[in-house]
Write a protein that binds this ligand. Structure first.
Ligand SMILES: Nc1ncnc2c1ncn2[C@@H]1O[C@H](COP(=O)(O)OP(=O)(O)OP(=O)(O)O)[C@@H](O)[C@H]1O
Length: 300
């Protein structure tokens, strides 16, 4: 496991930052940490990157206890809301960060070339950061985080300020990094982004984990079935036993079911009781629905 935490807890005085968080992130996966404002996401990332001490609990990053210097050398971190000096060129910015990483001088030009290529900024490196679009600045930030050739990359809200094109560009970079074998830990409010790029996720609320696992497992709990049919009261009553949140309006029925195998039985109930079935469409719930029900259901 690249990240393993056991009941990781942080109190700021008597205020909870994160509470008994136990999660695991496997090598090479993209992991999404989701939660509303103030849920504890940044606190958690700051502990894992060694910027904050936990109050209690344990955590291992790259198989070393948190704060271990060797492990930190293989971690890249892009903080939320970073702001670079606008007068610096792309080369100035990356060279400065390369010097912070203490990269050998002679290796720097090739390294800059490599990271500029990964984030698609080649050809823009001689221009000042102030002339970059927000998307380009975000990609320059990712390039800085890649200079140490990290095995594990923490990206705190990397797409929240970007337009759809900027988001797609960052998404494509995350997929590229995964293909290079890197593990990406993504903090995000944008659930569709996480759904598109992440393999696993945890949802936290008020410092507590309310859902954790593979994205498909988080989503699989409920299926929304949309039915277009002419039905009578008997059918409506029989349908209600198949699931929850039954809505019947005109000839449209919506019901949340847990099991795909119920679908043929639902069709049979309609047909065998004098109804007319025109359409039956199952859809998995979106991560947004899963998120909202985890947050509302896990009101801790
Ligand atoms: N330095 C601090 N001192 C006191 N309380 C803090 C400090 N940093 C965070 N907190 C509190 O800890 C809780 C978790 O905050 P945190 O910033 O980790 O949440 P978050 O999920 O990253 O929020 P956001 O999405 O708004 O960035 C919040 O209640 C916050 O007010």
């Amino acid at each position: 496991m690249v990240i393993q935490t056991q009941e990781l807890t942080k109190y700021y005085g008597d205020k909870i930052g994160c509470n008994k968080i136990s999660i695991e992130v496997a090598e090479g996966e993209a992991f999404g940490l989701l939660g509303p404002n103030g849920a504890g996401k940044s606190t958690f990332i700051k502990i894992l990157t060694g910027l904050l001490f936990p109050t209690s609990g344990k955590a291992f990053v790259l198989n070393k206890p948190i704060g271990n210097v060797e492990a930190r050398k293989k971690i890249g971190y892009l903080p939320e809301n970073f702001k670079y000096q606008e007068w610096m060129t792309g080369v100035d910015l990356l060279s400065f960060h390369a010097s912070l990483y203490k990269l050998a001088k002679k290796t720097i030009p090739a390294k800059l070339d490599e990271v500029l290529d990964i984030v698609n900024l080649k050809g823009h490196e001689k221009y000042r950061i102030g002339t970059y679009s927000k998307g380009m600045q975000q990609r320059a930030g990712i390039a800085c985080a890649l200079l140490c050739d990290p095995d594990l990359l923490f990206l705190d809200e990397p797409t929240s300020a970007l337009d759809p094109i900027g988001r797609k560009e960052v998404r494509d970079i995350i997929i590229k990094l995964k293909d290079m074998g890197k593990t990406v830990f993504l903090n995000s409010h944008l659930l569709s982004e996480v759904e598109m790029v992440c393999d696993s996720a945890a949802i936290i609320n008020k410092g507590n984990v309310v859902s954790f696992g593979k994205i498909q497992d988080i989503l699989k709990s409920k299926i929304t079935l949309k039915i277009n049919a002419k039905i009578n009261d008997v059918i409506l009553e029989k349908l209600s036993v198949f699931g929850s949140n039954l809505i019947h309006r005109n000839d449209t029925i919506e019901i949340s079911i847990e099991n795909n195998d119920d679908i043929p039985d639902i069709a049979a109930v309609i047909i065998n009781n004098g109804g007319k079935l025109y359409e039956l469409t199952p859809s998995r719930q979106s991560l947004e629905n899963a998120f909202l029900s985890a947050i509302n259901g896990g009101d801790v």
